[in-house]
Design a protein around this ligand. Structure first.
Ligand code: ADP
Length: 227
């Protein structure tokens, strides 16, 4: 059974009188414990696809199944619950909460969604901050951190709750080579040890080299599927 399955998946945005066919009837499957990339020019539909897989947006037509759940049929509350339990995100602009420290941003999914006890939480948050190399920045606020540091904290937050699926929009875009490799290694370890599936939107050849499958999008269609 595939982890993610799209069947004739379609997304139209309506802006005034204009309809944008962002995703035009695509089919694909993503297997458990895999690294998958969506590539393609700006506007080809990568973010739209990631947002639908992450239940942030709903299909207009067709069917999208994630972990045996028809996510297009979830209402807002059920979608939020599903997201909190199963999906981690690394957004391109990080989306860190400015009023929380680095530590508190990473801790957030464990408090708000999964309700971990305090001691286990503290240990887990510090492990993740160390794994991405920013443990010494734990008490700083996002405004006091560089782009690369914020990126690493966003990655730690996405991985902290051991979600089954992690969606990452250009997760290495602001990182130097060594840091990017370190984060890719961390993701590979999670994939191998926990069976996490990573779905990327990326142009980074370092990530593409690790992917089992690359889907090339153009104008909302899958042009090519390959390595
Ligand atoms: P990519 O991530 O590959 O750059 P997107 O998924 O962001 O592509 O966009 C696909 C198409 O859908 C583009 O034409 C974009 O302008 C359009 N689009 C994306 N989001 C919206 C929205 N909220 N309202 C209207 N059009 C949108």
């Amino acid at each position: 059974m595939s982890l993610i399955r799209a069947e004739q998946l379609t997304k139209n945005y309506v802006a005034g009188d204009v309809v944008v066919n962002a995703i035009q009837g695509v089919d694909f499957t993503i297997e458990p414990s895999s690294f998958v990339c969506f590539v393609g020019p700006s506007g080809s539909g990568k973010s739209t696809l990631l947002n639908m897989i992450g239940c942030l947006d709903r299909p207009t037509q067709g069917r999208l199944t994630v972990l045996d759940t028809d996510v297009g049929a979830l209402d807002r509350t059920a979608a939020a619950e599903f997201r909190g339990q199963h999906i981690g995100f690394v957004f391109q602009d990080f989306n860190l909460l400015p009023v929380l420290t680095a530590y508190e941003n990473v801790e957030y999914p464990l408090v708000m969604v999964q309700r971990w006890p305090m001691e286990a939480r503290r240990k887990r948050v510090m492990e993740m901050l160390e794994a991405v190399g920013v443990a010494d920045q734990a008490n700083k606020y996002p405004a006091q951190l560089s782009g690369g540091q914020k990126q690493r904290i966003a990655v730690a937050r996405a991985l902290v709750a051991s979600s089954k699926v992690v969606l990452a929009d250009e997760p290495t875009a602001n990182l130097d080579h060594a840091t990017a490799m370190r984060i890719i290694d961390l993701m590979k370890t999670m994939r191998n040890e926990l069976g996490t599936t990573f779905v990327f939107s990326t142009h980074d050849p370092k990530i593409m080299a690790e992917a089992e499958t690359t889907f090339t999008l153009e104008d909302g269609r899958v042009l090519r599927t390959g390595r």
